[in-house]
Design a protein around this ligand. Structure first.
Ligand code: MLT
Length: 279
């Protein structure tokens, strides 16, 4: 079972962190959104306090998504709005593909539906081998300078916190995630099938996810809102926590539309907006 934090009550929101990080990146959003929703933030397999994927099968985004579904089962959550940061977005898309009926809303934060190019995938596999010999520090060394918009580079505490998270990620978790990302599916066509409210949050200065990929995803998603956060890079939930929470809150307001009855009797029993007129 994945390690997780759950806060609040009401309709469910699952927040998935990126690579090689932990659920701690969502601390502000958990506090903000936990006032209206049940927020569940797991550590993905091999990250934070969660054990790596077990068995001999190759690591994949689908296997990580299955672990998230197992956590939802354990918590008795049939369906949830699912938002993922970067690699967490890849897992969210895999989860949507596996179990669309369990996803009431899709949120992609500094993420993408595009697969790796063959060169990028080869680079990831080479890095995975190096991590086995040299440890997770080599990933922190190469990713650290790309994570934040230049203005935030001066914010020592955010940088220190993120660097420590990356360096503490177990080698097996980093290795598996690199292979799973290298082999991940092209999810662009899946976007056109999404019938639930979706949100794309982009950092205007993200050095990892190209802006044209964000535009392409927005065009493909039938009911998407794009929120571009000025002054943020790849880590908008840390660089601009209030703006990120506000974007998520607005999206959740579209996912869980309060009915007249729930407004007057019970604020935590709204209906689900599936984005196709059905509820
Ligand atoms: C992440 O932040 O999860 C990674 O940068 C994703 C990636 O490398 O594709």
């Amino acid at each position: 079972m994945l390690a997780y934090t759950t806060t609040g009550s009401g309709p469910a929101l699952v927040l998935l962190h990126g690579f090689p990080l932990t659920r701690a990146i969502w601390a502000d959003q958990i506090a903000d959104l936990g006032q209206r929703y049940q927020v569940i933030a797991p550590d993905l397999p091999g990250h934070g306090q969660s054990a790596p994927l077990s068995g001999d099968a190759p690591p994949t985004m689908a296997r990580m998504a299955q672990e998230v579904l197992a956590l939802m089962d354990f918590l008795g959550i049939d369906h949830a709005a699912v938002a993922g940061h970067s690699m967490g977005g890849y897992v969210a898309l895999a989860l949507l593909k596996l179990a669309p009926q369990r996803v009431t809303g899709l949120g992609l934060v500094a993420s993408q539906a595009h697969p790796d190019s063959p060169e990028a995938a080869a680079g990831r596999r080479a890095t995975a081998q190096k991590v086995l010999a040299a440890g997770a520090g080599i990933v922190a060394d190469s990713m650290g300078p790309k994570l934040f918009a230049p203005g935030v580079l001066g914010d020592a505490s955010i940088r220190r916190q993120t660097d420590a998270m990356m360096r503490a990620t177990p080698v097996q978790g980093v290795y598996d995630a690199l292979l799973a990302m290298a082999d991940r599916e092209d999810m662009r066509d899946l976007l056109g099938t999404v019938r639930v409210p979706s949100l794309i949050v982009a950092g205007a200065e993200d050095a990892i996810i190209p802006a044209e990929r964000i535009q392409d995803m927005t065009a493909r998603l039938p009911a998407a809102a794009l929120v571009t956060i000025t002054g943020a890079g790849h880590m908008p939930m840390l660089e601009a926590p209030e703006a990120t929470s506000a974007a998520l809150a607005h999206w959740l307001g579209n996912v869980y539309v309060p009915t007249a009855q729930s407004r007057s009797t019970n604020a935590s029993s709204p209906s689900i907006n599936r984005g196709d007129g059905r509820q």
